[in-house]
Design a protein around this ligand. Structure first.
Ligand code: GRF
Length: 192
């Protein structure tokens, strides 16, 4: 049986595409995209997922509190018998109720070498601190902000004259590779 992967997004969806393309190409053996869910109906990534023939759902917050919103997502994920949830630019902090429902089965990708620069604008934080090396991290999600156990990391140099845009682009290229490798590692080590 193939492992069923859900991908949660809020926007552009380039990591979602990298993951789904890797699965379609067989680069992550025994895995398939079960569903792509966005908390924003106008997320570009939803269109891209539909173009790839993936099931793509918008589950918006619509004035509900975080837990009510997440309960709808949890039901959608359970209905689809999802084994692993991959956050890919999902811009909300998950509540303890979601983390508990999928404990040890949620991954996130973050554009820094955690535990440095958690939270928003990681690349801007890296430039402001003058670090010479940054990168990206795939980690398990727990109740802390970008703080769960690390699965894989990749270092990326910060170059003289870098802007947030140039550094983000250099990191993003590695994110796309790293996320697929990390999902493959988690599945192959039967860490789920
Ligand atoms: C990526 O930089 C990811 O690390 C961060 O949000 C960004 C999402 O980009 N969590 P995309 O939507 O995957 O293109």
């Amino acid at each position: 049986m193939k492992k069923r992967i859900a991908i949660l997004i809020s926007g552009r969806g380039s990591n979602m595409l990298a993951l789904s393309d890797a699965m379609a190409a067989g680069a992550i053996p025994n895995a398939e995209v079960a569903v792509v869910i966005s908390d924003k109906a106008d997320a570009r990534g939803l269109e891209l997922a539909k173009e790839r023939g993936l099931e793509a759902l918008a589950i918006e917050r619509r004035g509900r509190n975080r837990e009510e919103h997440e309960r709808e997502m949890i039901s959608a994920l359970r209905e689809r018998e999802v084994d692993l949830v991959c956050l890919a630019g999902y811009m909300r902090l998950l509540s303890p109720c979601f983390v508990e429902a999928f404990r040890g089965r949620i991954l996130n990708i973050h554009p820094s070498l955690l535990p440095a620069f958690p939270g928003l604008d990681a690349q801007r934080q890296a430039l402001a601190h003058g670090v010479k090396v940054s990168g990206c991290t795939v980690h398990f999600v727990d109740e802390t902000l970008d703080g769960g156990p690390i699965v894989m990391q990749r270092a990326v140099p910060v170059l003289e004259g870098d802007t947030v845009e140039t550094l983000s682009a250099r990191i993003l290229e590695q994110e796309h590779r790293l996320y697929a490798e990390a999902v493959g590692l988690v599945l192959s080590k039967q860490l789920l």
